[in-house]
Write a protein that binds this ligand. Structure first.
Ligand code: ADP
Length: 511
């Protein structure tokens, strides 16, 4: 579409633990890059502050150059009292995928923070690392004389930023910014002992009250514990999460756990909102995707059939256009509804379809055993326990249906990618899945139907959606192809969401 440029150009500084493609673990990395790129093209001045993890491939950072070194305040607790200190920090500038970044690296002669072969799970303490990083980001803004209109902090890792900004920095020179916090998943809210907060260079006592960052859980309550996400929510000028339904589930259901009471405070409710994620439509484009054997468009769908045959052949499956391929591409963690995925494998085979799983994560063993015992040399089922970007692209292109049976899902990107590739999503009605998938048999809204939904967490409930999809595929192929084509035309790009973020930036900046 045409590039929209906003009237007022804002200076926005993101502070984040992840950024796609080179510092990505999950959806957080995709969102930061997608949103930053959309805001850049709307004419805003964007910078992303990111830890300079040892694992980042430096050859993929354009124009990498040293900016400056500084001493970052950083305390520790000794004898029950905070001992002030500092940690030498180096800042580098460059671009990742065309987006300006500021990379911060601590002195590795003095600590192990951000060292190791991958982004999370190094030998350092993550709470210490991100508390230090939060402080270092603000300290850098101050000493470099930056006065952005907006500081956009992400997830529990950067939740100390709004706290430190308003209590320490705002009155000491870094006065212009307003702070926005985006929560991508409430499952981890950043537990932090009061004394650990000293890693920011500030004693935790100052924040250990009910109206600030004190952890208020009733079961296992510990008066010494802080919750970084709570502090971030209280101190931020605006708080967003990644879909309207997930926001509602946090306020009215159990999605936020005990943080529900924090979000429900009258002064928080008014600044809390759910904004849907988009997808990178350049990276995910069946018309140009270099990872699939035949490109296709809604006008010319022949390529999709070729992709299906190519994958069936490659995996040694029955080569059949009439067997629907149900694909599931997911991390294998409880959130993703593992028992429902297991059930769907058997049910799909029973109904004459083909099931392909591409899964990575904790529950590997189950699917490995299942593949060996029940589906060895099966013409219709492949359970692949691994992470593969290439295979993921091939599977979206070959799939007739993509299953996303999550128990909870803040937004979810797989159902959006599925539609972009002309596959029909079958999803559990939760979080962002409920916001993006409308059931084709939902009487009132069937005209905008783009998939199949179910609500329960039991096998029978999943059947109510899977069975209908299989039946339509078998009995009404014209309707199916129509649906597949229509799905490809839906706009899931960042354009719309970016506009909503910019609206909030503008509201904050006009105070
Ligand atoms: P989450 O961030 O919780 O993992 P999302 O749906 O937001 O879930 O994003 C998942 C992304 O990761 C999608 O782009 C999906 O294609 C990709 N993905 C998940 N598992 C795998 C895997 N095993 N191999 C390749 N890509 C995967």
């Amino acid at each position: 579409g045409p590039v929209v440029r906003d009237q007022r150009s804002l200076h926005v500084v993101h502070m984040t633990a992840e950024m796609a493609p080179i510092a990505k673990v999950g959806g957080l990395g995709d969102v930061v890059t997608g949103l930053a790129r959309a805001c850049l093209s709307r004419g805003h001045n964007l910078e992303v502050m990111l830890p300079f993890y040892e694992s980042l491939p430096e050859d993929q950072i354009e124009g990498l150059q040293h900016d400056r070194d500084f001493d970052c305040p950083k305390g520790r607790v000794w004898d029950g009292k905070m001992q002030p200190g500092s940690l030498r920090t180096s800042v580098f500038r460059g671009k990742i995928d065309g987006i300006p970044v500021l990379l911060l690296r601590p002195d590795w002669g003095a600590c192990n923070i951000f060292r190791g072969g991958r982004i999370y799970g190094g030998s350092y303490n993550e709470v210490e690392a991100y508390l230090y990083f939060s402080r270092a980001c603000l300290e850098f803004l101050k000493i470099s004389g930056r006065q952005p209109e907006i500081i956009h902090a992400h997830e529990w890792q950067l939740s100390a930023v709004p706290m430190l900004y308003w209590d320490v920095y705002h009155a000491s020179g870094l006065s212009r910014p307003r702070v926005m916090l985006t929560i991508h998943n409430m499952d981890n809210s950043g537990e932090c002992r009061q004394d650990e907060f000293a890693y920011t260079g500030m004693p935790g006592e100052a924040f250990a009250t009910v109206d600030k960052a004190l952890d208020e859980r009733t079961i296992g309550h510990n008066p010494e514990r802080l919750c970084l996400m709570k502090g971030g929510i209280i101190y931020s000028n605006a708080v967003t999460t990644v879909s309207p339904t997930y926001a509602r589930e946090a306020l009215e259901g159990g999605a936020a756990g005990w943080l529900r009471s924090t979000l429900a405070k009258p002064d928080v409710r008014g600044k809390f909102k759910g904004l849907l994620n988009g997808i990178d439509t350049a990276l995910w484009d069946p018309a140009t995707d270099p990872l699939i054997p035949a490109p296709y468009t809604p006008e010319r769908m022949e390529g999709k059939a070729l992709c299906k045959r190519y994958l069936q052949q490659g995996l040694g499956l029955d080569v059949s256009f009439d067997k629907p391929i149900v694909a599931c591409i997911t991390r294998l963690v409880p959130q993703k509804g593992i028992h429902l995925i297991r059930h769907a494998v058997y049910r799909t085979a029973e109904l004459g379809g083909q099931f392909l799983l591409l899964g990575s994560g904790h529950a590997d063993g189950d699917f490995r055993a299942m593949a060996a015992q029940d589906f060895k040399d099966s013409p219709d089922v492949r359970l692949m326990v691994m992470y593969s970007e290439e295979l993921a692209h091939l599977m979206y292109a070959a799939a007739d249906m993509v299953l996303v049976p999550s128990l909870f899902e803040p937004c979810g990107l797989t159902q959006l990618v599925a539609m972009r590739y002309g596959a029909v999503p079958i999803v559990r009605s939760t979080g962002g899945l409920a916001d993006t998938v409308t059931d084709v048999d939902d009487g009132r809204r069937s005209a905008e139907g783009n998939g199949y939904r179910f609500s329960g967490m039991d096998n029978a409930s999943l059947n109510t959606a899977l069975d209908r999809a299989m039946q339509t595929f078998r009995d009404d192929r014209e309707r199916w192809t129509d649906l597949s084509r229509r799905n490809m035309r839906i706009d899931w790009s960042w354009e719309n969401s970016a506009r909503s973020y910019v609206d909030i930036y503008n509201q904050l900046a006009s105070y």
